[in-house]
Design a protein around this ligand. Structure first.
Ligand code: SIN
Length: 318
């Protein structure tokens, strides 16, 4: 869809998700990623006449998000960000892995314009669909003077990519920002109330991502839990894994069997990052003595996986 009315263009990229999903009567046959982004945008009266361009980058249930789609999405977001007439970008995305995609875009692009991810908890075919209101908020954010960085908006709340996580499988307000809280909220009258500064960061740059995603370093997540053993770590190392994120207990601790397996794997150059498996809060520990394996602070294990992959791209294991 092209709408060139004026110089302040917002580009809306579609990737699928429940926001583009449909469901038959009585809750049957729910399917994510059925409707194109053009059709979704055209159906929202509040967006009629706005300077919008839409583009379908993918059409996927985000549980199946792939490195190939990520590679394409990063390229398309970057392509539009450097256009002078574009003031901001909206990415319509499934909610299940939205925090991972948001974090990837944040670390690679750290954009000086707003890149706003949004989605929906109810399919587009629902009479109470939440996607349209979320898209209206996302477009408003993409146009917000002074806004920048990768943002997520759902149910009137705005989060930064570094802090956001999905915290509920059903609620419309399914995202949180942990201890630091959201960045902003849309009031009932549509006014945006900012609570914290827009996110900043240093862009790693798109050149870091190999054009061939099969060449991206393999990083897996292993959860520490009661009764854990060395089996998963040993198998992953035998298969040539480059990095492992430990979804660690509490303040970044792990089962002694996992610790021993990681020590035994040191010969392989394996890189390790610890993220807490708690639903909220950050790993906090003294600088001295330095921990045996670094922590991912407040990142969820899934986001820590993205972080470790990027670190390995920047400084490959030897
Ligand atoms: C998805 O993540 O693609 C499906 C679920 C959702 O969007 O809420």
């Amino acid at each position: 869809m092209q709408n060139e009315s004026g110089g302040r263009v917002v580009v809306i990229l579609g990737t699928g998700g429940t926001i583009a999903g449909t469901q038959g009567a009585g809750g049957a046959t729910y399917r994510a990623a059925q409707l194109g982004i053009d059709a979704l945008v055209r159906a929202i009266p509040e967006l009629a006449g706005a300077a919008l361009q839409s583009e379908q980058v993918a059409q996927v249930d985000s549980k199946d998000m792939s490195h190939l789609i990520w590679q394409t999405l990063v390229q398309r977001v970057h392509h539009h960000l450097v256009r002078d007439e574009v003031v901001g970008i909206v990415v319509a995305h499934g909610t299940d892995t939205m925090e991972e995609t948001a974090y990837l875009l944040h670390r690679v692009l750290a954009p000086g314009k707003p890149v706003v991810l949004t989605g929906a908890m109810r399919p587009a075919s629902s009479r109470q669909a939440d996607g349209p209101a979320n898209l209206v908020h996302a477009v408003a954010l993409a146009r917000e003077p002074g806004a920048h960085g990768v943002l997520v908006t759902m149910a009137g709340t705005v989060h930064g990519a570094a802090d956001v996580r999905k915290v509920h499988p059903h609620r419309l307000d399914a995202f949180g920002s942990g201890d630091v809280g959201p960045l902003a909220r849309f009031e009932a009258d549509g006014h945006l109330r900012r609570l914290r500064a827009w996110p900043t960061g240093e862009a790693l740059g798109i050149a870091l991502l190999d054009a061939e995603p099969a060449a991206w370093p393999v990083v897996e997540i292993v959860t520490s839990h009661a009764g854990a053993s060395a089996a998963l770590i040993d198998a992953l190392v035998r298969n040539g894994v480059k990095g492992i994120v430990i979804a660690a207990t509490g303040n970044g601790t792990m089962h002694e069997a996992i610790e021993q397996a990681l020590r035994d794997a040191a010969w392989s150059g394996l890189r390790v990052l610890r993220a807490t498996r708690c639903g909220d809060g950050a790993i906090v520990e003294p600088d001295h003595p330095p921990p045996e394996w670094p922590s991912a602070g407040a990142l969820t294990p899934a986001k820590a996986r993205v972080e470790l992959m990027l670190r390995l791209m920047a400084a490959p294991a030897v």
